[in-house]
Design a binder for this molecule. Structure first.
Ligand code: ADP
Ligand code: MG
Length: 633
């Protein structure tokens, strides 16, 4: 920090990430340079909203003048653009932190993780909202003059930077509250100094802004600078969501989304409705096309803005949407809530509960509609947000069936993890006599797909759902049936194919169980407490053995997940099932000398095949080598 002796001017450095962001933005968003205006108008509008809201509790903030407007001026001689608002303004400390750092830690962290190539991707940049710094796309110097509303000393702050590594701060008198941002345009940006051009950009990106946006021109006349061509309001200046649907074009819906969603891309879908009844409110809710980078960050912003009778109340009204729909963005405008509603009140309010219920139903309805009528969009939605939606199975018992209907799974019916099926699809393909919906869980798609537990199902042509998301095990503990059909893990409990097996098969199996009784007893004695039980199975065709968990025990996959997460899992004791047709098993019947080694290898390979980890891999390798040598001799 350096202080100038004659003025109170100080020079401060930007946070490192800001410097990176500035560099990147100027280069990668150049072809989209017009968005700077949207960002600055959006900030001006937010500032007016904040003043209106804070003014509800403290009327002195209005300084006897509560009308709010945004003004855009251009000056061809000075080659500047000026965006002015009379909103909340900023104090000195706020200027330093808001315009010198990237405040949101998630954004910072995300940014530092991007590789050089990713940084050039405009989509990714859009994800964290380009914001104020986008001014430097078109300007090589930016001056901000601002004063916090209600500060009766008239002390304003002047911030200035050329977008390099530093900015300066100076205290100056400022009579009117709010913020004035002056952009000193880069050499090749003179086309922006034109009323038509600017009006076009404003209408394109900021038509929905609630405050009036006025335009004017500054000119030198008779040796004096004068304001000329002051215009009527350029934008529509009414709350978009309050207009009727047929007056709003898709383009306007999309632009509004970019403002409320802080997103640079178009939304995937939206729903707009006025709800009447016990609670009256308007909802305009959007599904984004991309997951935000901080979707898994518990403290991430939620996306719903709450208004009461058009007055902005708060951002991130997380009570209006359940956690599992936290990716939804948009606006809820209530006609009934009191204007002084606080977060604390929201938490307890029955009215809010009714609104949340309504919004949840709307979003689930919109998703069901997409799933039915626009498969391609739904596939995009699923790949971006599917994992989050699955949380709804456990979180929202009232809507469990609806959420379950929206789930998609990889399946033995398809070849790749991307070709997913719904539970309804599965049911439509169930075999004659099949009563259950079968699934397998594993750590990866390949482990699930190649699981030995699937062998008999493959042989009989029975479809099995392949689950490899971490959240699957948890979600499945809440989803025990769908449309009257129980869900059953193929890796749990004894194999019971019900009517899918005929009498002859069942009898043959009982006979084999007897024949192999001596062998299964010997293996159990050899493996001792590593297994709960050893038995003959018919679920295998190619593999010699597999492990299964008891119906009510944790599956091997879940036990491993808990362990990996550092949590205590009850010690699981699996059952070892052996394939009576397999040559290795048959050979074992007559094995004397190395029986213990064979039994141990059988167990270890069953564990490996389902994606487990060996307790003592070196011992396994040693045994295999010994057995190989003996077989060779
Ligand atoms: P975001 O709008 O997503 O928070 P920005 O980079 O656009 O990010 O703005 C950073 C912050 O600077 C805002 O959150 C706000 O606190 C402050 N700010 C920017 N412009 C204004 C303005 N015109 N009036 C008051 N505060 C502003
Ligand atoms: Mg902003």
């Amino acid at each position: 920090m350096t202080e100038n002796a004659t003025t109170n001017r100080e020079t401060l450095g930007f946070q490192t990430e800001v410097k990176q962001l500035l560099q990147l933005m100027i280069h990668s968003l150049y072809s989209n340079r017009e968005i700077f205006l949207r960002e600055l108008i959006s900030n001006a509008s937010d500032a007016c909203d904040k003043l209106r809201f804070e003014g509800l509790h403290n009327a002195a903030l209005f300084e006897n003048y509560s009308d709010m407007a945004i003004r855009i001026g251009y000056d061809k001689t000075a080659r500047t653009l000026t965006i002015t608002d009379n909103g909340i303004g900023m104090s000195r400390d706020e200027v330093i932190s808001n315009l010198g750092t990237i405040a949101k830690s998630g954004t910072r962290e995300f940014f530092s993780r991007l590789s050089g190539d990713q940084q050039k991707d405009a989509h990714l940049i859009g994800q964290f909202g380009v914001g104020f710094y986008s001014a430097f796309i078109v300007a090589d110097k930016v001056t901000v003059l601002t004063r916090r509303a209600g500060d009766n000393t008239d002390q304003g702050v002047r911030w200035e930077s050329d977008g390099g590594g530093e900015f300066s701060i100076e205290m100056l008198d400022k009579a009117v509250r709010g913020t004035e941002i002056t952009l000193h345009l880069r050499d090749d940006q003179d086309d922006l100094l034109d009323g038509y051009k600017l009006r076009d950009i404003v209408r394109k990106y900021s038509n929905h802004i609630v405050q009036p946006i006025l335009m004017y021109k500054e000119e030198w006349k008779d040796g004096q600078q004068q304001v000329t061509d002051e215009e009527e309001t350029v934008n529509q200046a009414s709350a978009l969501w309050a207009r009727s649907k047929n007056e709003i074009s898709d383009e306007q819906y999309r632009e509004f989304y970019k403002h409320v969603g802080h997103d640079y891309d178009d939304p995937l879908a939206w729903t707009h409705a006025r709800v009447e009844g016990r609670q009256e409110y308007t909802q305009l809710l959007y599904i984004p096309a991309h997951a935000p980078f901080d979707m898994w960050d518990r403290d991430a912003r939620h996306g719903i803005k709450l208004y009461v009778r058009r007055v902005f109340i708060m951002d991130d009204a997380e009570q209006l949407m359940p956690q599992y729909l936290r990716f939804v963005r948009g606006v809820v405008d209530s006609s009934d809530l009191p204007l002084n509603v606080s977060r604390e009140i929201l938490q307890e309010s029955k009215d809010i509960e009714a609104i949340r219920k309504g919004c949840t139903g709307k979003v689930l309805g919109l998703l069901a509609d997409l799933a039915e009528n626009d498969k391609e969009k739904y596939a995009t939605f699923w790949s971006e947000f599917g994992k989050v939606l699955k949380e709804g199975i456990g979180e929202d018992s009232a809507n469990k069936d609806k959420v379950a209907g929206l789930l998609r799974f990889a399946s033995t019916h398809a070849d790749t993890p991307d070709e997913t099926v719904s539970l309804a699809d599965y049911i439509s393909r169930m075999k004659e006599g099949q009563e259950k919906i079968y699934y397998v869980t594993a750590e990866t798609f390949n482990a699930a797909k190649n699981s030995p537990h699937l062998e008999v199902f493959r042989k009989k042509g029975i479809e099995v759902l392949l689950m490899s998301d971490r959240v699957d095990e948890w979600a499945l503990s809440y989803l025990t049936e769908f449309d009257g059909r129980p869900l059953a893990s193929v890796a749990k409990g004894g194999l019971d194919l019900g009517k899918l097996e005929d009498e002859a098969e069942k009898q043959a199996q009982e006979k084999e169980a007897d024949e192999f009784k001596e062998l299964t007893d010997r293996i159990k004695a050899s493996l001792a407490e590593r297994v709960k039980e050893v038995r003959v199975t018919h679920r295998l065709t190619d593999s010699p053995a597999c492990l299964v968990a008891d119906e009510h025990d944790l599956s091997g996959n879940l036990a491993r997940m808990l362990k990996a997460a550092g949590q205590k899992a009850p010690a699981s004791q699996p059952t070892l099932e052996i394939n009576p047709q397999h040559p290795v098993v048959l050979r074992l019947k007559s094995e004397k000398k190395r029986f213990d080694d064979w039994a141990a290898v059988l167990f270890d390979q069953a564990l490996l095949a389902e994606g487990g980890q060996l307790d003592d891999p070196a011992a396994f390798v040693k045994r295999i080598n010994q057995l190989m040598l003996e077989l060779g001799s």
